[in-house]
Design a protein around this ligand. Structure first.
Ligand code: RB5
Length: 152
C-alpha cells in the first residue's frame, strides 16, 4: 500500500497520481489535503512519513508546489529516505541506489503525464543493494548520532 499526501500546491497533481495508481491496481491511502485551502506542507509530510516509518505503508508519495518543502520535512523522520525527483533517471536511481521509501514531486513544476512516468519508474525499479546498502547504513548512523527522541 502507498500513502500519498499533498498540500494545496500539490492537490491537483495528487488526484492525477491517485488515478494513475488506481489504474495500476495499487492500493492507496490518501492522507490529504482534501481541498484547495492553504495548508502547511510539514503537517502532511509528517503524516505520510510517520506512516511509512512505522510500517503502516510500504512507501509514500508527497507533493507540494516545488517538492522542496515536503522533502525537507519528510527527511526529518528517522528511517525516511525521501527523494525529490524531476526526471525519469532520477526516479529510477532514487530506488536503485537510494532505496527511497518516499517519492516527492512538485505539483507546480511537473506536467501530469511526466509525473506519472516518474512514479512508474520509481515503482518499477528495484534497490540494487551491495555498495549502496553500505551507504544507506552510513545514513542510518547519522540518524542515530543526532536522534534524541526515538533512537536513544
Ligand atoms: C505553498 O505555497 C508552497 O510553499 C509549498 O507548496 C511548497 O512549494 C514548499 O516547498
Amino acid at each position: 500500500m502507498i500513502v500519498i499526501g499533498s498540500d494545496h500546491g500539490g492537490l491537483e497533481l495528487k488526484s492525477a497520481i491517485i488515478s494513475y495508481l488506481n489504474r495500476r491496481g495499487i492500493e492507496i491511502a490518501d492522507a490529504g489535503t482534501d481541498n484547495g485551502d492553504s495548508v502547511d506542507y510539514p503537517d502532511f509530510g509528517l503524516k505520510v512519513a510517520e506512516k511509512v516509518a512505522a510500517g503502516g505503508a510500504e512507501s509514500g508519495i508527497l507533493i507540494c508546489g516545488t517538492g522542496i518543502g515536503m522533502s525537507i520535512a519528510a527527511n526529518k523522520v528517522p528511517g525516511i529516505r525521501a527523494a525529490l525527483v524531476t526526471d525519469v533517471f532520477m526516479a529510477r536511481m532514487a530506488k536503485e541506489h537510494n532505496n527511497a521509501n518516499i517519492l516527492v514531486l512538485g505539483g507546480r513544476v511537473l506536467d501530469e503525464q511526466i509525473a506519472c512516468d516518474l512514479v512508474g519508474a520509481w515503482l518499477d525499479a528495484s534497490f540494487e543493494g551491495g555498495r549502496h546498502q553500505g551507504r544507506l547504513n552510513k545514513i542510518g548512523e547519522i540518524e542515530r548520532k543526532y536522534c534524541i527522541t526515538f533512537c536513544k
